[in-house]
Design a protein around this ligand. Structure first.
Ligand SMILES: Nc1ncnc2c1ncn2[C@@H]1O[C@H](COP(=O)(O)OP(=O)(O)OP(=O)(O)O)[C@@H](O)[C@H]1O
Length: 478
């Protein structure tokens, strides 16, 4: 494995209102140097063919795990103490109000996950203490902080008491959905602080809970619509990203200045790179911390692959071939640049595949429309930038493609963004696969650096034998 340089401070590229701009400034990779890629091919490549040979037979949509199988697998995981979905306790034992229990069971949750079991009693204890909580992607962090918000609010006071910040409007909308479902049997009132979806200018916000992106929250504070003097709880979802100095850190710090000193600060993410963690500890002093070891970051249910595309132009051919051969549930293709998203979307559509694209400079209504279409399953393939690399939860997504290997703003391999991207599949005990496209020595080394940093195995899938490729992937999705 190579010793390619690793970034210390991971600067992710997600946007809130316009951080997506950074993405376009990074630029594309060189399309040259295909021979080096072949030289650099790892040993793992050799065992691909034999793995493919004994893989499951070719099959299609019908093989998608039926809901019953998913339920059985989930019940097994929730009974396995080594699983992040395990809990020894029931929701009743976590000290939640019966109206919240009704909301939880209405969502068909039966048992808490490990992060919910561990975090909730700490989050709800009196006096309130800050929290820095880490747990793998798709393990239920949202419920942990949403239940805290719904528990802490005094419903008799019509003023903002809980504020949750997220890095994208798509994630803010998703969190609102969870708040509404979990809070269904409470008198809570929640409003958005996201562009084009917030209450009318001049309206003083009287909702208990605010969910938004930092740029718009600052706007609302500036316009005196949002008074945070009664705030009891500030939650940063995807906290390492929200505190990142290259991204949204400044905006988040500005918001904190308006928050009472006594406010409980709750930070959640699947990743906390060391440098951001130090900053997080200052942002949320004296916090209870729930941490993961470096070796625990990846989710077992997500099988990781790569395809050697021998040149940039071949990446599109591989993609088109893949979608011609396979019917996956739903999939997300991540690219670095917005124009790449648009171009490959147009080409795939021309080739007869129904795909949509989403990026941060699109009109907000268009973003919402595309996301809703994808969430409803009307469209199966979404091509996007890092704008939705984090947090988005669509259980039917069983394939993630890194068309471009994730890099930081400085052009270095970005293991955190990689983890978040592949974490859009394999949610809460489901299985999924990710495929990285490499096309030259440089992109191969970047992928290898990510593999090293995470201590995971990324296995080669052949691009010269599509039947074998199909078998390998189908087996992974079983
Ligand atoms: N106790 C539970 N029982 C069943 N399903 C659950 C439970 N908790 C959460 N889920 C479901 O698991 C999925 C993943 O949860 P969530 O989106 O909160 O993950 P996360 O840890 O925030 O992931 P990420 O790091 O990617 O943001 C959601 O569909 C959620 O409804």
């Amino acid at each position: 494995m190579s010793d390619a340089p690793r970034n210390q401070l991971s600067i992710s590229l997600e946007d809130s209102d316009d951080v997506d701009d950074i993405i376009s400034k990074v630029g594309g990779l060189s399309a040259s140097d295909t021979t080096k890629a072949a030289d650099a091919a790892p040993k793992a490549a050799d065992d691909t063919a034999s793995k493919a040979a004994d893989a499951a037979p070719l099959a299609d949509e019908d093989d998608e795990p039926v809901e019953h199988e998913v339920e059985v697998r989930l019940a097994d995981l929730q009974a396995d103490p080594n699983s992040p979905l395990y809990s020894a306790k029931s929701f009743e034992q976590l000290g939640l109000h019966e109206n919240l229990l009704k909301g939880i069971y209405g969502m068909k949750f039966t048992k808490p996950s490990k992060i919910q079991e561990r975090a909730l009693p700490l989050l709800l204890a009196t006096p309130a203490r800050n929290m820095i909580g880490q747990s793998q992607s798709g393990t239920g962090k949202t419920a942990a902080f949403v239940l805290t918000m719904l528990s802490r609010v005094d419903y008799d006071i019509s003023q903002p008491q809980a504020l949750c910040l997220a890095p994208s409007r798509e994630l803010a909308r998703q969190i609102m959905d969870v708040v509404e479902q979990m809070g269904k049997y409470t008198p809570m009132k929640a409003v958005y602080a996201i562009k084009d979806s917030m209450p009318k200018a001049g309206t003083a916000i009287d909702a208990h809970i605010i969910i938004g992106t930092p740029g718009t929250v600052n706007d609302m504070i500036r316009k005196r619509m949002l008074n945070l003097t009664k705030l009891k709880l500030l939650v940063l979802d995807e906290a390492d990203n929200m505190l990142d100095q290259g991204g949204m850190g400044d905006q988040t710090l500005r918001i904190k200045k308006w928050v009472p000193k006594t406010c409980q600060i709750v930070l959640f993410s699947a990743t906390f790179p060391d440098i951001v963690r130090e900053f997080a500890q200052r942002f949320a002093p004296d916090a209870n911390e729930i941490r993961l070891k470096a070796t625990e970051l990846t989710v077992d249910g997500i099988k990781q692959f790569y395809m050697d595309c021998e040149g940039d132009a071949k990446k599109f051919e591989a993609l088109s071939e893949l979608y011609s051969l396979m019917t996956v549930g739903q999939s997300i293709i991540f690219v670095r640049r917005r124009d790449t998203a648009e171009k490959i979307s147009a080409r795939l559509n021309r080739d007869g595949h129904a795909v949509v694209f989403l990026h941060g400079t699109m009109d907000t209504h268009e973003r919402d429309r595309v996301m809703d279409q994808f969430r409803n399953g009307d469209i199966k393939v979404l091509i996007t930038t890092n704008v939705i690399a984090r947090g988005i939860d669509i259980q039917q997504v069983n394939l993630v493609i890194n068309y471009d290997i994730p890099l930081t703003g400085d052009g270095l391999p970005d293991p955190e963004t990689y983890l978040h991207r592949i974490g859009r599949t394999g949610r809460f005990g489901r299985t999924g696969a990710s495929i990285n496209f490499v096309h030259n020595a440089q992109s191969f080394e970047q992928m290898e650096a990510i593999q090293d940093a995470l201590g995971c195995d990324i296995i080669k899938v052949p691009t010269d034998d599509w039947e074998a490729a199909h078998k390998v992937l189908k087996k992974a999705l079983k």
